[in-house]
Design a binder for this molecule. Structure first.
Ligand SMILES: [Zn+2]
Length: 180
């Protein structure tokens, strides 16, 4: 498992590393596809929509390819007492611009009905073939030689941490998203 640090560096995590939030799936490909060229992220979404068929399931993806321009986002490590919500962290996230880079997109599609417990639509992360660049895929242009696959997922399990910190954290929307 790879971790993209806030400074853009990539490390291999050890088995005892903990993470605040994770999406995971056992991955075996139901179907594979090859796409010669896509103009940008939106174009890839449209191409994948044709591949998956129904948009009422979850899907996991693994897609290899070369990206002429790729914009990756990171999230800096937070320190206690974790007062900033995503409304502050995401607009101020570190951004890494890569050019002519080959690597792998991994990610998920969630149906619109997923609501607030995940991100509806496509959400991809990237790790380069040389394992030196990684992050959240914000945008890309001119991707070529894409070969990928996906697995359809019909079961969704949501696990919460049973810890004192989680017991008492304020998850009300007014706290998380209106803080400046
Ligand atoms: Zn992400």
């Amino acid at each position: 498992m790879y971790e993209a640090l806030g400074n853009g560096q990539v490390i291999v995590v050890n088995d005892t590393t903990k993470i605040a939030y994770a999406n995971a799936a056992f991955y075996t490909e139901d179907k594979t596809f090859d796409i010669n060229k896509v103009e940008n992220y939106n174009h890839l979404r449209a191409q994948i929509n044709e591949q998956i068929g129904s948009r009422n399931y979850f899907y996991a993806f693994q897609i290899h390819g070369t990206f002429n321009k790729l914009k990756l986002g990171g999230v800096p490590k937070q320190e206690k007492p974790y007062t900033e919500g995503l409304d502050v962290l995401i607009p101020n996230r570190p951004v890494f611009d890569r050019e002519n880079i080959t690597g792998t997109l991994v990610g998920f599609y969630c149906p619109d009905f997923i609501g607030k417990i995940n991100v509806a639509g496509y959400h991809f992360h990237f790790v380069s073939a040389d394992k030196k660049s990684a992050g959240h895929v914000m945008e890309f242009t001119d991707a070529s030689n894409l070969s990928g696959g996906f697995k359809r997922i019909a079961k969704y399990q949501f696990d919460l941490p049973e810890t004192p910190a989680y017991d008492s954290v304020n998850l009300e929307k007014s706290f998380q998203y209106n803080k400046k």
